[in-house]
Design a protein around this ligand. Structure first.
Ligand SMILES: C[S@@+](CC[C@H](N)C(=O)[O-])C[C@H]1O[C@@H](n2cnc3c(N)ncnc32)[C@H](O)[C@@H]1O
Length: 245
């Protein structure tokens, strides 16, 4: 799916999203926030915030920024922010694969049901790493491909169909993590049948020390370079290939 399709599909869901995907996936969202133990003034980014179902659950002593590409979803989130008088929440329309934030802007980055719903998960994960400070947390809540070979085969068959609905079912957690500086600190299965996972990672990227070059990046599953950043600037695909080897 490209961004135009994301906009089209999710904006068409916006008005019914909460009724269809609200309660059934609530446990996962609630588990993220119950375990956050967020510090006063902690800066939290929610990527693919959707209609903002999780927003009222964040502690009000934090600074929350939510982004989404779908105008329709974001309108619902804005309405919710007004209804709940959430002065600590800012919402922006933005592509998670090309964020407008500076490096290391956030202490915690949350992506709930997003990594498998974006056009290019590598770009999005790479951006989440870039905008999260070294040592910060990146929390992904998602259905990842099952370890059981039979279920994984069914998921591979279903994936081309669910892609039209706005998400894929065949992405393995290890594929997402390969080549990244993310270290899994906690993994918990959630939601009906425990088929979704809440994965809390520590961002172990290098510190951006003044004037010193550091290279972060994401490699494709086959080991070729996807994207590299030098001091936070994303390189071209060719330069990424050279940087990441
Ligand atoms: C399945 S919904 C999840 C919404 C919300 N996080 C929740 O808990 O229900 C996926 C969201 O990701 C957004 N999205 C997909 N690709 C995106 C991108 N490249 N940039 C920003 N948002 C994106 C969609 O518009 C949609 O709102």
């Amino acid at each position: 799916m490209d961004l135009a399709k994301i906009e089209r599909v999710y904006t068409s869901y916006a008005k019914i999203y909460d009724r269809v995907f609200g309660k059934v996936f609530h446990e996962g969202r609630q588990s993220i926030i119950q375990n956050l133990n967020a510090q006063p003034q902690e800066k939290i980014l929610e990527v693919g915030v959707g209609t903002g179902l999780a927003l009222p659950m964040y502690p009000r002593h934090c600074q929350i920024v939510g982004i989404d590409f779908s105008e329709g979803m974001l309108d619902q989130a804005k309405q919710r922010a007004v209804e709940h008088q959430m002065g600590h929440v800012q919402l922006h329309r933005m592509d998670a694969g090309e964020m407008e934030f500076k490096d290391d802007s956030f202490d915690t980055v949350v992506a709930a049901y997003v990594v498998t719903a974006v056009p290019d998960y590598r770009k999005v994960v790479s951006e989440m790493i870039r905008v999260c400070r070294p040592g910060g947390r990146i929390i992904m809540l998602n259905h990842f491909a099952n370890d059981n070979k039979v279920i994984a085969a069914v998921e591979r068959v279903l994936s081309p169909l669910t892609k039209h609905l706005g998400w894929r079912t065949d992405l393995a957690l290890q594929t997402v993590l390969d080549g990244t500086p993310l270290h899994v600190a906690r993994k918990q299965n959630v939601n009906p049948l425990r088929l979704w996972a809440l994965v809390e990672c520590v961002n172990k990227k290098n510190k951006n020390v003044n004037g010193k070059t550091h290279i972060n990046g994401v490699k494709n599953g086959n080991g070729t370079a996807a994207y590299a950043h030098i001091n936070g600037t994303r390189l071209s695909e060719q330069a990424s290939g050279q940087a990441l080897g």
